[in-house]
Design a protein around this ligand. Structure first.
Ligand SMILES: Cc1ncc(C[n+]2csc(CCOP(=O)(O)OP(=O)(O)O)c2C)c(N)n1
Ligand SMILES: [Mg+2]
Length: 738
């Protein structure tokens, strides 16, 4: 195997001379490395046996990867550095200090499994005390989390007080610990380097010179797909060699000494703060991809035998004997100790208590802060402050855009953990233009973040590349470390590259780690149509896709005051929040308000009755609120109909009590929403009204929504597609007369 940047070779004649070291490893350390490698392999073998006996339900091994993963751990510090491993990193986790028993608890899905409490498959590592951060089954998502984690290191160095505890918000519960020279480790397979998230991560790591080590464990296959099919030219090192600021290594990862040398140099490069490292380790995969795969279907014996000749376990045995570090008897003794230990661990684990079914919803959301509680129900700042000219200016009605900007400003002032990033959110990335007053600054395509970079600095408010997965993935990494990212997705229409992060990572982290990790942050998204020319790709809604995801709070305000109060709650709470801002409402005359002050909050899950009534209930939110209100007022004027209009404001959680008590009073309900009719958010509300309030209904539940098509550019088409005042009016009239 090729070895770059690597000076020494293995065996030398004076092997058994006391004091000789191998890339800095002592003989005792080498014995320890072998013990860990062997433990890793035997643990895989035990699990395979347990799977065949149907005592566990899934197995995926680290076989063939033991040398480089154990060596990697030996070059770093558990509980000090940060680790985003993937499923083949059993050796790394053992060497960091996870015990075989802990791993077996994961395999049986025991309540005390420290990685997930029986919620995730085995080999999905997560050990809080070791800084091994919970991982999912998605290949590649962890790489962006690691980038965010390394950014947090940089941030805490610049803002050492940001990590201090504070009462009254998430900081009371979100611990921060960091060391200036800590490094972040992330590992992945050769196949995973094909994913966009890998390239997004490489780009940001290089550009920001982050202290992050990428370890590619190249076993030549991604399930059945060989590396030359995954990777142009068959070698990832060649493809990434143009990234600036990196330290590169390409090594034989079946050799622990070579691996340790490479990893040590990689770590030193990162600790020095000069940039990231990339270690490409060639390893083998002696077992099939997992127990669900049979590699004999796509790999002939001759190829498998070639791999077997490089098996790191037998190579290391021979090395220890050749160097006179252990003789055969010594090796046998060590192996027996390991085997006996594993047997005892298996016996204990098979008797371990299982998780209780009552706990299935535990840790979907923060157990520490309830954003629906009265603590988040605060008053608008007092009238007394109105005396000065400045406060008079503040009391003038402002748009939703103004109040979101003002809220972000005051929260950033209050909480140094807040960082804001996204596409075009900075005033001007080339700071000197601002300093020399050559430009005024942009601050977002809708100007929602205008002035924030100027006021708080470029390390707190900055532009990201056009890479939505990386915006959300980096936010996850930052949030795991205790920062509060308030990231922006420029248009809801372009949220889709981040879908994996938004569905499988951000809202799942607390639940899948059984409460050990969390990623509370805010994702602000400009959403919606009624733009007259917005067309397909600047008008989309689709909120139900995210309310359909447990673990994610979803907010959708219709006016300036609600936007201010709910955004503040979103920032101060301890859960991931998607904050949907309707573009058409940003500067609308409807719903303007004076700035309610720096502590104004509205609890999540609390609707507002916009117009009281007794004849019919209309449940809606967002840009349909002002449209429905016009229809309600018209029906009142024309026919004296008293229609109760409810603005949900918060979509998950939502205010069922207000809906239910209104429908019990009016006996008629319309659910109106801007998204396409079928499978939309209103379908759930309508189903629940029909299911739980059937006895109270005098008419069928009705929905008013967009037609089941895309939003067209030509205004004639757009207005035919989106629900208009007239559609709402007719539906209300019809239902009232039913
Ligand atoms: C995003 C995503 N796509 C597909 C899969 C299914 N899958 C699991 S492992 C794997 C192959 C990964 O290959 P590689 O990165 O080389 O890692 P290896 O298993 O070989 O160590 C695939 C396709 C997945 N888990 N995640
Ligand atoms: Mg592979």
């Amino acid at each position: 195997m090729p070895t770059r940047n690597h000076g020494k070779s293995g065996a030398v004649a004076e092997a058994n001379k006391a004091g000789k070291t191998y890339e800095g490893l002592s003989r005792q350390q080498l014995i320890e490395i072998y013990r860990l490698m062997y433990t890793s392999r035997r643990l895989d073998d035990r699990e395979i046996m347990l799977k065949r006996q149907q005592k566990i339900f899934f197995q995926i091994s680290g076989a063939g990867h033991e040398a480089v993963t154990v060596a990697a751990a030996a070059a770093m510090k558990p509980g000090y550095d940060w680790f985003f491993p993937y499923y083949r990193d059993r050796g790394l986790c053992l060497a960091l200090g996870a015990t075989p028993e802990e791993m077996l608890l994961g395999a049986v899905g025991a309540a005390e499994d420290p990685s997930s409490g029986g919620r995730q498959m085995p080999s999905h590592w997560g050990y809080k005390r070791l800084n091994v951060v919970t991982q999912s089954s998605c290949t590649g998502t962890q790489i962006l989390h690691a980038v965010g984690c390394a950014e947090a290191t940089r941030y805490f160095m610049l803002h050492p007080n940001a990590g201090e505890r504070a009462t009254g918000d998430y900081r009371d519960f979100k611990d921060v610990h960091f060391h200036g020279d800590e490094v972040t480790y992330v590992s992945l397979g050769d196949g995973t380097t094909s994913e966009g998230e890998f390239w997004e991560a490489m780009n940001s790591a290089a550009n920001l010179r982050l202290p992050i080590i990428f370890l590619v464990e190249d076993n030549g296959y991604a399930i059945s797909v060989p590396v030359e099919v995954q990777t142009a030219g068959g070698n990832i090192s060649r493809l990434v060699s143009g990234f600036p600021n990196f330290h590169f290594e390409e090594i034989d990862g079946t050799d622990p000494v070579v691996s340790y040398g490479a990893m040590s140099r990689a770590v030193a490069h990162c600790r020095a703060g000069v940039g990231p490292s990339f270690v490409h380790a060639h390893v083998i995969r002696p077992y099939s991809h997992s127990l669900s795969d049979d590699e004999k279907l796509y790999r002939p014996d001759v190829e498998r035998q070639r791999d077997a000749a490089r098996d790191p376990i037998s190579r290391m045995q021979l090395f220890l004997i050749r160097e006179g570090i252990l003789d055969e008897k010594g090796i046998n003794r060590l192996e027996k100790e390991v085997d006996d230990g594993l047997q005892a661990a298996v016996d204990r684990v098979l008797a371990a208590p299982l998780p209780q079914p009552e706990t299935i919803k535990q840790f979907l959301y923060s157990p520490d802060i309830d954003p629906t509680s009265p603590a988040f129900d605060t008053q608008i700042a007092g009238e007394g402050a109105r005396a000065t000219q400045d406060s008079e200016k503040k009391s003038a009605p402002k748009t939703m855009a103004d109040l979101i900007n003002a809220t972000l400003h005051d929260e950033m002032k209050r909480d140094e953990r807040i960082v804001i990033f996204g596409e075009d959110v900075a005033d001007c990335s080339r700071e000197e233009y601002l300093r020399q007053k050559m430009v005024k600054g942009k601050g977002g395509v809708f100007k929602l973040t205008a002035g924030l970079q100027c006021d708080f600095g470029s390390d707190r408010v900055f532009n990201s590349p056009i890479a939505e997965a990386s915006i959300v993935g980096r936010a996850v990494g930052l949030a795991v470390r205790g920062l509060k990212p308030v990231a922006e997705i420029q248009f809801f229409d372009y949220i889709w590259p981040a879908m994996m992060q938004l569905r499988n990572e951000l809202p799942v982290i607390r639940w899948r780690s059984n409460g050990a990790f969390s990623a509370p942050c805010v994702i602000r998204v400009a959403i919606g149509g009624y733009l007259t020319g917005g067309a397909i790709y600047h008008s989309q809604c689709g909120e139900s896709i995210f309310t359909h995801t447990p673990g994610m709070r979803v907010i959708f305000p219709s006016n300036a005051l609600d936007a201010a109060g709910l955004l503040r709650t979103a920032i101060r709470c301890d859960d991931p929040v998607m904050f949907l801002e309707h573009k058409r409402l940003y500067r609308e005359t409807y719903g303007r308000a004076a700035y309610p002050g720096p502590d104004y909050m509205i609890p999540l899950g609390k609707a507002k009755v916009v117009h009281p009534g007794t004849d019919l209930t209309v449940v809606t939110y967002g840009a349909v609120v002002p449209r429905a209100l016009q229809a309600v007022q018209k029906l009142d004027r024309e026919q004296g109909l008293k229609i109760e209009l409810i603005d949900l404001r918060s979509l998950n959680p939502y205010d069922w009590e207000t809906i239910a008590s209104s429908v019990q009073k009016t006996s008629r309900a319309i659910v109106a929403y801007e998204d396409t009719l079928s499978w939309g958010y209103g379908a759930e509300i309508a189903a629940r009204i029909a299911g739980e309030l059937f006895e109270h209904l005098d008419a069928p539940v009705k929905r008013v929504a967009a037609k089941d098509t895309f939003i067209a550019y030509q205004p004639v088409l757009e207005s035919a597609i989106l629900p208009q005042v007239q559609d709402l009016y007719l539906a209300m009239k019809e239902l009232a007369e039913y």
